[in-house]
Design a protein around this ligand. Structure first.
Ligand code: ATP
Ligand code: ZN
Length: 292
């Protein structure tokens, strides 16, 4: 049967009581808000599948999952998928595990390539109408893909809809990664800053080259997934300081943080249009609520 979580009493066997303790300890004003939140995850690889599991265990209201691929034996050096799931689509394998972990989460799964035009329209529609309340938009889009074209599609959809999203990436050599918060018109979009991407050397190397057998480590991918979901919780539940760009370099345990502002000459016209709305915007500083 369905397990009833979220009782207000502290019951040790209740998986939500430890989450609700965040509220009693003053970290989060209203942890229960998580039940009303809907998040899209595009890409269920080494980062996205783990992010989906974390949000499921955190008691998110709804997850809308996209991936066009199947589980392979070669994925076993990452977390989440298991050998008996080889051959299943990543979306069906994910939902299979996640509903068992937390049956209170609403799942939608789409096994499609989001860059194809009909599917891009479908992504736009779910972004606008996939919220918990019928007809409302989702609260956040998480990009956990591994290629340039898919990131460009998510960037386009979110710029058009003024939808906040977070991007993630792990380098081909598996020893660095990053997350980034993209608030259209307020922080740099994916097309805003090619020079900075090249300068940092981190983001560029996350753009997968065709035919290259990339390295991968469950450690780096798990860390990037955790950085991504931690930032998601902070952004959506309104605690702590949201990272706009947070890098991770395993070699030196270096975590560079930065805010990248949009480029007024961004080639994306929707980005330039959104920028007109937010000329007064300033990045969130710890202790003050962000302006959405
Ligand atoms: P690898 O390519 O290293 O063998 P992978 O394909 O699982 O592994 P990850 O970086 O772990 O790569 O995950 C990225 C995920 O994003 C993959 O599961 C992939 O199927 C998915 N993905 C990439 N592009 C798209 C797209 N256009 N539409 C839907 N899903 C996508
Ligand atoms: Zn831009």
């Amino acid at each position: 049967g369905r397990r009833v979580y979220m009782s207000s009493e502290v019951v040790d066997s209740n998986p939500y009581s430890r989450l609700m303790a965040l509220q009693r300890m003053g970290v989060v004003d209203n942890y229960q808000n998580i039940r009303s939140l809907s998040v899209i995850i595009v890409g269920l690889g080494g980062v996205g599948s783990v992010a989906a599991e974390m949000l499921t265990r955190c008691g998110i209201g709804k997850l809308i999952l996209y991936d066009y691929d199947r589980v392979e034996l070669a994925n076993m050096n990452r977390l989440f998928f298991r050998p008996h799931q080889v051959g299943l689509t990543k979306t069906e394998a994910s939902v299979q595990t996640l509903v068992e972990i937390n049956p209170d989460v609403i799942f939608e799964e789409y096994t499609i390539d989001i860059t194809l035009s009909a599917n891009f329209e479908q992504l736009l529609d779910r972004t606008q109408h996939g919220g918990i309340e019928p007809g409302t938009r989702v609260d956040l889009v998480l990009s956990c893909v591994d290629n340039y074209a898919a990131r460009m599609s998510i960037n386009q959809a979110c710029n058009e809809l003024n939808m906040p999203w977070m991007e993630s990436g792990v380098s081909e050599d598996a020893v660095s990664g990053h997350i980034q918060t993209l608030l259209p018109g307020r922080t740099a979009c994916f097309e805003c800053l090619p020079p900075l991407i090249v300068a940092s050397g981190i983001a560029e190397s996350t753009l997968k080259r065709e035919g290259v057998c990339a390295a991968s480590l469950p450690t780096t991918m798990g860390l990037v997934a955790a950085m991504l979901v931690q930032n998601t919780l902070k952004y959506l539940l309104g605690f702590g300081q949201v990272s706009y760009y947070l890098g991770y370099s395993a070699m030196t345990d270096f975590f560079p943080a930065d805010v990248m502002r949009p480029n007024p000459e961004c080639p994306n016209s929707f980005c330039r249009q959104q920028q007109q709305k937010y000329t007064e915007w300033t990045p969130m500083v710890y202790g003050k609520k962000t302006q959405n």
